[in-house]
Design a protein around this ligand. Sequence first.
Ligand code: HEC
Ligand code: CU
Length: 317
Amino acid sequence: MFDFFDYMPIQASTWADRVDWMNNWITDVSTICTVAITAVMLYFAIRYRAGKHSAPSSKADHNLNLEIVWTVIPSIVCVYCFYIGFDVYKEMRTPPANATEIGVTGFKWGWNFTYENGKTSSKELVVPVGEPIKLVMKSSDVLHSFFIPSMRVKEDLRGDRYSYLWFTPTITSDEQPGGVFPIFCAEYCGVNHSGMRAGLKVVSRAEYNDFIQERGAIELSPLELGAKLYNEKACITCHSLDGSKVVGPTFKGLYGANREFTEGEPAVADENYLRTSILNAGKQIVSGYQNVMPAFEGQLNDKEIDALIAFIKAQKP
Ligand code: HEC
Ligand SMILES: [Cu+2]
């Protein structure tokens, strides 16, 4: 509406416009109401102060029309706020399938970023401009929250499951101080909480490719490590890659598929489902199979679990 207050950080993602519009709209409506109500209150307090101007005693006790008006109008305003908020929220919850995926791990007190080919970084998260970016996030200890003000996104990181964020950066970060958009932890997580700062570096696709290409020779990509573990941890003895049913279900086309169980509600095989299945297969038994898969809880570290998930995701239908 009027944009009375200009305090928001630079708009650098496709969300920014809509988030700011909503923020300004709510602030403007609240400001107008506060000013109007205060003005009327002051006017009445002075106009009808005790003394010779005292209000004559009145027989009016209520006014139905007035009450309907001041109930219906605020209700419409509230429902409208909810509606436009929900509209953006729905999109924010649904990352597009073609997004570039980057892993984020929060720990006391810092961040680790893992790119698709196994390259890692910690002080700077580097992303290509103009493309959707999906962050698959997890904490290795307490709750943290990943906050990039210029992208207008923030989401908690938990220790027991993955959470997601996605955004499309609209401008590169060249012009920013330090060449990066600031990243903060927004969940109080201990003494060095305020030290959990990093930078989001938004670059061209070509620069991004160069950046992820520079990596140590011995580092395996998550996919390569996943393939190695698939053999070494003997998943291969019970899970095929070609669609055939062995002791366990095939990994072919598993990611994103609907799963049915001997007990309980069906589920979609997303990252959280795969993680639970790998660590604790006995929790939900896939219909048509026996509960014979060993629990890998405690036998695989986070990096290995992420690698197996990447490997399963790569087995396209
Ligand atoms: C001894 C055989 C066996 C081994 C070894 C085994 N699994 Fe399984 N797995 C199964 C069976 C049987 C099921 C289906 C029953 C269930 O849900 O527990 C299953 C289910 C799964 C599921 C859920 C599949 C679906 O269709 O929803 C995943 C994911 C999985 N296993 C991953 C793995 C990984 C990764 C490994 C290796 C680290 C592994 N499994 C090792 C037998 C095995
Ligand atoms: Cu933190």
